[in-house]
Design a protein around this ligand. Structure first.
Ligand code: HEC
Length: 201
């Protein structure tokens, strides 16, 4: 008897959830993305912006400007990666880097040097020099599997990009993050190529 009530209860809850689905919204057109979030495009972009903030993408991918209060995000170059026209200062004492030594960041935190070599944060704007030619599948490959350019056979994405932490993001939020990145201002910036350890800088 108890079970019948439980079953009826579950049916009611199910019917309620189905009836709550928003009606007449403009669902995000994600092409061949498997899980389509039931959200308007605007809400998806907003959620993606929120995620980019709390996941810290700006820390490394947005160049900084100096203000009275210290370094601040350069909103004109939001998420455009390490600036091509900002060469790194020379590392005069090479003994300071390498295994068991220091990891060095530039002031804007857009580049770091450590035992893995020197990496430069990528341009995540929709410009051709950024994610312009990327598909959502490339983005997923990069974030979930750490593949550079989101291509199967390419090298692994280097530190300090914390893709291992992001890999568990749910499908909806991955799509929201993507929608946001597609919506921001395109910035032309060819980020310098990764420098392997020991190569001259
Ligand atoms: C601690 C610094 C840091 C943070 C935080 C960070 N990134 Fe990165 N990211 C990098 C660096 C450095 C690279 C380039 C690594 C390389 O060249 O192998 C990179 C590379 C990438 C790439 C691959 C680009 C390519 O051409 O293959 C994507 C995509 C990316 N980041 C997206 C994001 C997103 C989205 C966030 C926030 C959710 C984020 N990153 C947060 C430092 C960071």
């Amino acid at each position: 008897m108890k079970n019948i009530f439980l079953f009826a209860g579950l049916l009611l809850i199910g019917a309620y959830i189905i009836s709550c689905k928003p009606q007449g919204t403009d669902p995000v057109a994600m092409g061949d993305v498997a899980s389509v979030p039931v959200m308007t495009k605007e809400d998806s972009i907003k959620r993606g912006e929120y995620l980019s903030h709390i996941m810290g993408c700006n820390d490394c991918h947005t160049p900084k400007v100096m203000t009275e209060k210290g370094p601040a995000l350069d909103m004109n170059r939001l998420l455009s990666g390490h600036p091509a026209d900002e060469p790194l200062p020379a590392i005069t004492d090479k003994k300071m880097i390498g295994p068991g030594q220091w990891v060095l960041f530039n002031l804007g935190q857009t580049s770091a040097t450590g035992p893995w070599g020197t990496s430069f944060s990528a341009n995540l704007t929709p410009d051709d020099t950024g994610l312009g030619a990327w598909t959502f599948e490339n983005f997923e490959q990069a974030i979930r599997n750490g593949k550079f350019k989101g291509i199967d056979g390419s090298r692994m994405i280097m530190p300090p990009m914390p893709w291992q932490n992001y890999a568990a993001i749910n499908d909806e939020d991955l799509a929201n993050l993507w929608m946001y990145l597609k919506s921001i201002k395109p910035v032309k910036n060819v980020v310098p190529a990764y420098i392997p350890p020991g190569a001259s800088m």
